[in-house]
Design a binder for this molecule. Structure first.
Ligand SMILES: *[C@@H]1O[C@H](CO)[C@@H](O)[C@H](O)[C@H]1NC(C)=O
Ligand SMILES: *[C@@H]1O[C@H](CO)[C@@H](O)[C@H](O)[C@H]1NC(C)=O
Length: 332
């Protein structure tokens, strides 16, 4: 080959190489991804919550083209943290609880929360609660209707990033409300940041291990009071049952593996008569003074349904004297 020819070839090749390089570089820094996210309100801790791809699934995919190994069978294992998040993201995106008013389900309508709003109001006023964590908060449909709501600094936390973004937009002009994206089974609740924590309708939809992690998280945070649900121990299977995320069991935190000590007082959670009549929705709400885990003997008290329909019912001696003081104790 003559030398001039090969020099021209080299120049052409060099140019081609440079063009390809520039093209690759420009496609890497596509502006679409960077800028769009900056417009969204920032979601704390959201990046931590990207679903992780389990190693074993990756292994399976990469070996698809090759002949299958003769003996070793790799069972695809679901990453429980990713499964938990994906389940609740999917329920929210598809309105999985199927309620037209609240994507957090029929339990979260304004009508159905009249009783629990009054209960929370009593707790806030009696214990002079100033900082309040609602975990999980869902779409925060009914919480601003708590009578003393304007007196508290309210923080709503939820595992679903989009519900947090939606709440931030909806309540942008409420200075006492903030929202954070947290997976309560993994992300620590800030220490000494909250006087009281509300955890409603959550543990009953999670595996027992997750429930224990979440309650422990609350207890470690140094919060003083926990408001959460329990079911009549005679309902369902009479015990806490391990389930998949998004399924349901009749949870009772006084029973193993939680073994809570006695709450102060309780009432029936639902107000909607249709739901109150429906056995599957028979559910109470109580307030505990933290710590609680493992401090009970693993047996649950049987709630007084008739008394709870009429008002707030004491359990511990301390609860009894508080209700007496408030003039809320009905003579038996
Ligand atoms: C467990 O504790 C409750 C409440 O403190 C008490 O009423 C009950 O008798 C105890 N049960 C056992 C088996 O010790
Ligand atoms: C809970 O109570 C049961 C007895 O009812 C006991 O076997 C178990 O060890 C207790 N667990 C904890 C964590 O306290």
């Amino acid at each position: 080959m003559n030398p001039r020819m090969s020099r021209r070839m080299r120049t052409v090749l060099l140019l081609l190489f440079i063009c390809t390089f520039i093209f690759l570089l420009s496609s890497l820094r596509s502006p679409a991804t960077d800028d769009a996210t900056n417009l969204e309100p920032s979601i704390p801790a959201a990046s931590k919550l990207q679903p992780r791809v389990p190693d074993q699934i990756l292994l399976q995919q990469s070996s698809e083209a090759e002949p299958a190994p003769p003996v070793e069978v790799v069972t695809p294992q679901v990453d429980p943290d990713a499964e938990r998040k994906n389940t609740f993201v999917s329920i929210f995106e598809n309105n999985g609880w199927g309620n037209p008013e609240s994507r957090s389900g029929p339990g979260s309508t304004v009508r159905n929360t009249a009783r629990i709003r009054n209960f929370i109001d009593t707790v806030i006023n009696h214990f002079s609660i100033q900082t309040f964590l609602d975990a999980p908060c869902g779409d925060c449909n009914w919480q601003p209707g708590i009578p003393s709501f304007s007196k508290i600094a309210y923080t709503g936390a939820d595992i679903v990033p989009n519900v947090i973004i939606q709440n931030m937009r909806k309540y942008l002009y409420k200075p006492n409300m903030r929202f954070v994206n947290l997976d309560l089974a993994m992300d620590a609740v800030p220490h000494d940041a909250f006087d009281a924590i509300l955890c409603r309708d959550a543990i009953q939809h999670l595996p027992l291990e997750d429930g224990l992690k979440i309650y422990s998280n609350f207890q470690r945070s140094g919060a003083k009071y926990l408001i959460t649900n329990f079911h009549d121990p005679r309902k369902g299977n009479f015990q806490n049952t391990n389930i998949k995320p998004g399924d349901f069991y009749h949870n009772n935190p006084l029973l193993p593996p939680f073994n809570f000590s006695l709450p102060l007082f309780y009432t029936i959670d639902a107000s909607d008569e249709h739901l109150v009549q429906n056995m599957w929705e028979r559910k109470y709400v109580a307030v505990w003074r933290l710590p609680v885990i493992g401090l009970g003997n693993g047996t649950a008290f049987v709630p007084d349904e008739e008394a709870a329909k009429k008002g707030i019912v004491p359990v511990s001696d301390e609860g009894r004297s508080i209700l007496e003081e408030l003039g809320l104790l009905r003579s038996a």
